[in-house]
Ligand binder design. Sequence first.
Ligand SMILES: NC(=O)c1ccc[n+]([C@@H]2O[C@H](COP(=O)([O-])OP(=O)(O)OC[C@H]3O[C@@H](n4cnc5c(N)ncnc54)[C@H](O)[C@@H]3O)[C@@H](O)[C@H]2O)c1
Length: 361
Amino acid sequence: MQVSIMFKFAVIGYGFIGRRHVNTLKSFDGVDCVAVCDIDPVRREEAKKAHSDIETYASADELFAKADIDSVIISANNNQHHDLVIKAARAGKHIICEKPVALSVRELDEMIEEVRQAGVTFTVHQQRRFDKDFQTAKACYDQHLVGDVYTIQSKLFGYNGNMHDWHVYKAEGGGMLYDWGVHLIDQALYLDKSRLVSVYADVRNVINKEVDDYFKILLSFEDGVTFEIELGTYFLSDRKNWFERHWFVGGNKGSMHADKFNPEGSIVRTAHLLENVAGEQDKSTASYGPTRSFGIPAPGLIKTEPLPEVHTEQRDYFVNYFKARRGEADFVVTIPQVRRVLAVMEAIRKSAATKRSIDFE
Ligand SMILES: NC(=O)c1ccc[n+]([C@@H]2O[C@H](COP(=O)([O-])OP(=O)(O)OC[C@H]3O[C@@H](n4cnc5c(N)ncnc54)[C@H](O)[C@@H]3O)[C@@H](O)[C@H]2O)c1
């Protein structure tokens, strides 16, 4: 059965993620991607080669003047998002913008005002809210699987010291805080919805001249959680892994450890919670471990459980998007949410520059 096309898209920026967007859009019933815009003729040729039916444009102005589209995904370099979103809004197109939506809160506020005047929809591709590792940690927190949570660690380490292309230039919106920080902070704020009281951060250019390639961030939430985010691109290693992803969720009834994006790990509990009453155990003769507190647990004391099962994939971002466009759901990623993430990123840079904790909300 022929499904009629409800949404006609163009993708601006046919690079690493733009080409995926074209394929994803074309894989949905009732959706087509009819045009690609890229300033690079090589990329336009690649788009034509991959999709013989697609129109190509060398500029956003030409695209908006000529193409028969109602919606656009903006997946050009970070420093292009502001101007391209404003052009799209003025052309009356519904907008999905890649992350980071803008380079500052000020830029985003200008974009929001144009979108408001145009009356189009506007959301951001923060699809890592649907990643399995993140949803596993979120399930532990939401369902109190480790009791009252006091600490969460979200870590990503790269082992080849490599950043590439425009990502190493400040003027292009490069740096790891804009690239991955925006995802990891978005995940933290999407998981813990309580007031973010303060922000402390160390942000460094370990080997890069212009942009950050390492950060450690502490987000202190009103519900008692300290959320630690650490990312390094220069954790050189001769191990066979070329990156590592780690989660730790610590609560008063257990600990959750998970490694990898398709997470492997467990929830660990101890019978000590019930038995470790002062005076009831004599450990004065125990000889294991650096001290008795850090000694080897007695047999049977530690119990492990599997990680919670979560059913999620990044494509769910688009499933939600099209439902929202049809009026059947709200957009999972809202502009006030991404604005708050940008505000946190500004507090992070301020904290790193002053080496002080920043009061946030
Ligand atoms: N959500 C995610 O997981 C994810 C993953 C990768 C990239 N991204 C984001 O997508 C965007 C693109 O990243 P990438 O890795 O695909 O980069 P890329 O360099 O591979 O591709 C960017 C493309 O945009 C084109 N371009 C630049 N300025 C343009 C303009 N004014 N008009 C039209 N085309 C223009 C470039 O020629 C290039 O082909 C960035 O904002 C990045 O942060 C998001």
